[in-house]
Design a protein around this ligand. Structure first.
Ligand code: BGC
Length: 570
């Protein structure tokens, strides 16, 4: 924008009353229907690129999970879940009827450990919590193993017999080479520990567990999105097969079911055998990195300063506009900028110890509380503003101005989230033939003839084989199974006269498992996603109705336990 234009914009803002000014700031966070449509096209393009080669913008990391649970899994498994904010140590009892019992201990990860000098500090903390969990819930198992270690009697055979399989949910960006092997590519969210980058998360954890002589063997490395997908498939089988596991929490990401025939970058790997048309693998998209080049994402001056000051500048732009870690930080930056303006949209003045002066000190729950107050006097919102920001005398109009801006930041996050959901749905082909806007002049037509019939029977085949088909190493050929469910086949009717490819009520639904504080608690988050989905021509109101979004109870922990359980060696 030219200096003259900026000047005239500043002049016009000066003459606005405070609420109009707040609305003007809010408009900077507006996302048009056109942006969402173009964004979806760009997302599908980047998803497709990630199927062909490593190192693309959307990483499309193979998870080595080649089947999903069907709800009949039974047994007890342990999981450790390291998220962006909390650590959870869990014991999950799978009842075999889509339900589970969870025993867990949760701790906030201290900020100092997120940027510790060495990975040993962070993983030592995880191991100590795991030890405390075992002392409380499995004291006999722990003691007897420690006696064996003390007597110097550990043998490979005893390790095989005595060590408990453990699923490790690691909610960061890693490349995966087998179900229990990976390599941390880079940290995201508020984490930054140099010597961890390039190392295997399973090995770092195993080293710390062994140091404390805990009878545990890390048998599955799972991104939280993959865990959420597995947990959702376990908890809601039958109605439809789950397509996507998505997280809208401290960070954001999604993992979805992709056909092996499409994952061309795996075809040249040593040991790859043609898995047949039926095979699929769950891919971790790492969609937080979408549009690294910023060709479609809207950018405000607040996004720019946030990015520059972050631990990962010029990266994770999509995540920085969507996820919980950043929404409070964006609002903090808006408030500070307004306070320095000659005509601010509120008359707040912060004390020197106010959190407004501390980066990342405002949680997205602050925005939720302000937006959630629909009373005429905004009592609750004013109290919260006063408490969290340490400001005195918050007027109704101050709170109303903040509400308008917080709402706009949240709505932008939700509308942008729709791009990824729509992109995965389009890529899956479950909606049939679709035309997408790719940019000003390009158009792309995506067609998946007869896809629904194939996908449905493929997945039903694979579901039955979940238990036997997640392995320590990659055995795609094992996915082949003769056990096509007769019951499943009879659910289908195929009307070739009309050229349609299904029809079953169950199949019509596209199921998505979602986890994360924004989706669960941010007022209107799902509603805004749905509005945006309807605006995308490739989805439209009919497609939007077919998309079912639901939480997966205890998603990432239960998912990791399920995958570890299935990866046990016979
Ligand atoms: C990480 C992902 C993770 C997501 C949600 C992102 O910052 O890169 O691996 O799935 O957060 O927790």
């Amino acid at each position: 924008m030219s200096i003259a234009k900026l000047q005239s914009r500043a002049d016009s803002l000066e003459h606005l009353d405070p609420m109009d000014r707040a609305k003007a700031v809010a408009r900077e966070f507006h996302v048009s229907s056109e942006t969402i449509e173009t964004g979806t096209g760009h997302f599908v393009k980047q998803l497709s690129e990630g199927l062909l080669a490593d190192g693309t913008t959307l990483l499309q990391v193979p998870s080595y999970v080649t089947n999903l649970p069907n709800g009949t899994e039974k047994g007890v498994c342990l999981a450790i879940d390291l998220g962006g904010t909390n650590l959870r140590v869990c014991s999950v009892e799978l009842h075999g009827d889509s339900t589970h019992t969870l025993t867990q201990s949760k701790a906030a990860v201290p900020a100092a450990l997120m940027t510790a000098k060495t990975y040993r500090d962070l993983f030592g903390f995880i191991a100590r919590h795991t030890e405390a969990f075992m002392e409380e819930h499995m004291p006999g198992t722990l003691d007897s193993w420690r006696r064996i270690v003390k007597d110097g009697q550990v043998t490979d055979e005893l390790r095989r017999q005595r060590l408990h399989p453990l699923g490790f949910t690691f909610s960061f960006t890693f490349d995966q080479h087998a179900i229990d092997k990976g390599r941390l590519m880079y940290w995201t969210k508020a984490f930054n520990i140099d010597d961890a980058v390039g190392r295997d998360p399973c090995a770092m954890l195993q080293e710390a567990l062994d140091e404390l002589h805990l009878p545990l063997l890390v048998t599955a490395l799972v991104n939280d999105t993959v865990g959420t997908l597995a947990a959702r498939a376990y908890a809601s089988p039958g109605r439809s097969e789950t397509l996507l596991g998505a997280i809208f929490g401290t960070g954001t990401n999604g993992a979805y079911v992709e056909k092996m025939t499409n994952i061309k970058k795996l075809h040249s790997q040593p040991g790859f055998a043609d898995p047949g048309q039926a095979a699929f693998m769950v891919l971790n998209t790492e969609w937080g990195g979408f549009d690294k080049e910023l060709s479609v994402l809207p950018t405000t001056k607040y996004d720019e300063t946030l990015d520059r000051a972050s631990v990962n500048p010029r990266d994770q732009h999509y995540e920085k506009r969507i996820s919980g870690l950043y929404l409070g930080e964006l609002l903090r930056r808006v408030i500070l900028a307004e306070m320095q303006s000659p005509t601010p949209c509120f008359s707040l003045s912060a004390q020197s110890h106010s959190r407004l002066h501390i980066p990342y000190s405002i949680d997205s729950s602050f925005l939720s509380v302000i937006i959630g107050d629909q009373s005429p006097t905004l009592e609750r919102a004013r109290e919260e503003i006063s408490k969290v920001l340490s400001v005195r005398q918050v007027s109704v109009s101050d709170a109303a101005a903040l509400q308008v801006i917080a709402e706009a930041i949240g709505r932008r996050a939700a509308r942008l989230s729709a791009i990824a959901i729509a992109g995965v749905v389009v890529q899956s082909g479950r909606l049939g033939s679709t035309t997408l806007m790719m940019g000003a002049s390009q158009r792309m037509v995506l067609t998946r003839p007869s896809f629904l019939v194939r996908l449905w029977s493929d997945c039903r085949m694979a579901l039955g084989a979940f238990v036997s088909c997640v392995h320590h190493s990659f055995h795609p050929e094992r996915v082949k199974s003769d056990s096509v469910s007769q019951e499943a086949s009879s659910d289908l009717s195929y009307n070739s006269d009309k050229g349609k490819e299904y029809v079953s009520q169950e199949m019509d639904i596209i199921d998505i498992g979602v986890d994360g504080s924004l989706f669960e608690f941010f007022p209107g988050f799902e509603g805004h996603i749905r509005t945006a989905l309807r605006e995308i021509p490739a989805i439209g109101p009919l497609g939007e109705e077919r998309i079912q979004m639901g939480t997966a109870p205890d998603g990432s922990g239960v998912g990791a336990a399920l995958i570890a359980w299935a990866s046990r060696k016979p």
